[in-house]
Ligand binder design. Sequence first.
Ligand code: R5P
Length: 282
Amino acid sequence: MEWGLQNRLSRIIKPNNNRALMLAVDHGYFLGPTEKLENPKKVIAPLLRHCDSLMLTRGVQRTSVDPKSETPMVLRVSGGSSIIGDDLSQEDITVSLEEALRLNASAVAMSIFVGSKYEYQTIVNLGKLVNEAEKYGMPVLAVTAVGKELGKDARYLSLACRVAAEQGAHIVKTYYCDNFEKVVESCPVPIIVAGGKKIPERDALQLTYNAIKAGAVGLDMGRNIWQSEHPVAMIKAARSIIHGNSNVEQAYSLYKKLSANDKSNNPNQKKNKSNNPNQKKK
Ligand code: R5P
């Protein structure tokens, strides 16, 4: 593997333990102002130092992340549909590799919609993105998107992950499911697990633990961190599983202990001054 590609990958998947904790804040690219992510700058700031990398869009990176940050950025480069449009699977590449390099991305990310109406378009786009990205030593993270009509079982996710890896994706992000070992076994590149919809904190930590035990290298969690009443406590608890080898009880105890002391670090409870240029300063 070429030096640049290997170096970028090692910013995302830590070489000392082959584990990754990615914080996902890219939801607005099709959901708009997602609940508790209405103000990305306020949400990201206290969490940034606790993740290994941040997954986001260029708009949020430019407006809501301090350029002096040393946290590696995983830049979403696909989009084109919204939650109120006809079909979420109709995505294209919307950000160039030159732009990703200008933004000092450590990887680029896009979704494929296996089994959907736009399966062909999104899979071909992935192959083309890999062609382009490899010229610059840029890793590609493929997201196996799921929707109402797409499955979330091991059979479907194994198929989707394998298709992504066969196109040359360097990392695949998918969802946890029963028999997840089967998904990991048949995917020749590292798998990172998304958190999915908000569930109780203990359940989200159980999901994290199960995914790692089944062979995932890590987590790309969003809603189960910043929709928690205690996002910093939650990311630290997830981190203790991924990088500290905690079990679920230990991680949940840490969450409870930190959240009991959490008076200042919860952007979802505080009424901070707005950073929205469209709102007048009071
Ligand atoms: C979804 O399309 C986004 O790419 C998210 O990054 C992904 O779903 C992970 O976030 P969450 O843990 O909220 O599912």
